[in-house]
Design a protein around this ligand. Structure first.
Ligand code: ADP
Ligand code: ADP
Ligand code: ZN
Length: 215
């Protein structure tokens, strides 16, 4: 199964992608997570990316396309993958097509998560991320058993530098301008499955699995 999870920041892409990944045994390919790793490692690319991420703007297409191409060519992506947070622009979607053609693969579906803007702000300001394993929590909607400690690995939870209200507004604008047009882009190929992302985490998960063909 080769799928894209598409939706505004805070719509639940990462939460759902991690669950589907574990359930179906296919990797989650998150450009946000890969960029944050590069930032932590302090690579020149990471340092440049951090400035863009902190401002709420997108990192350059060439950079993210390069990261994804390398990742999709790895053996664990052979049976399928979940793209989370990529593509985010039409040029990225075009580059993905070229890349998949080169690998002899086709997309099976684009899962489009619909969530209100107000809910998104509430979700992102309450989001806490594990420093060690990347697991996602929410202070109210999905709290860890022990405050600020990851249930999975015991790592410390933190608030991302870009999860501040002013930056979130900017990211929502960027989404509307640059990413939302991808819904029509993939509708032309009849790949889009729309999911009501306002439901609880478990219900959203069930509907995604059904939309992915129950396998
Ligand atoms: P969220 O989960 O809130 O949508 P991500 O973790 O996916 O956020 O992305 C965080 C930031 O990383 C984005 O605001 C952007 O700066 C950068 N980024 C992630 N994926 C991409 C991409 N495909 N293209 C350009 N920038 C990206
Ligand atoms: P995205 O990857 O699209 O930016 P996340 O998966 O990181 O979104 O979710 C954003 C925040 O909202 C996280 O703190 C997560 O725990 C919480 N969350 C995710 N899905 C739901 C949901 N269906 N209902 C309530 N909170 C949710
Ligand atoms: Zn953890």
């Amino acid at each position: 199964m080769k799928v894209i999870f598409l939706g505004p920041p805070g719509s639940g892409k990462g939460t759902q992608a991690k669950m589907v990944s574990e359930r179906l045994g296919i990797p989650q390919v998150s450009t946000g997570d890969m960029l944050r790793s590069a930032v932590r490692e302090g690579t020149p690319m990471g340092l440049k990316a951090k400035a863009m991420m902190d401002s709420g703007a997108l990192v350059a297409d060439e950079v993210v396309v390069g990261i994804v191409q390398e990742r999709l060519a790895k053996a664990d992506c052979e049976a399928g993958f979940i793209l989370d947070g990529f593509p985010r622009t039409v040029p990225q979607a075009d580059a993905l097509q070229t890349c998949l053609q080169g690998l002899g693969k086709d997309l099976d579906a684009v899962i489009s998560l619909k969530v209100d803007s107000d809910a998104v702000v509430e979700r992102i300001t309450g989001r806490r991320t594990c420093r060690d394993c990347g697991k996602l929590f929410h202070v109210r909607f999905d709290p860890p058993t022990q405050e600020n400690v990851c249930d999975s690995c015991g790592g410390a939870l933190y608030l991302r530098d870009d999860d501040q209200e002013a930056t979130i507004r900017k990211r929502l604008e960027v989404y509307a301008e640059q990413t939302a047009p991808l819904i029509a882009y993939y509708q032309r190929a009849d790949l889009v499955r729309t999911i009501d992302g306002m439901q609880g985490i478990a219900q959203v998960q069930d509907q995604i699995l059904v939309a992915m063909g129950g396998n």
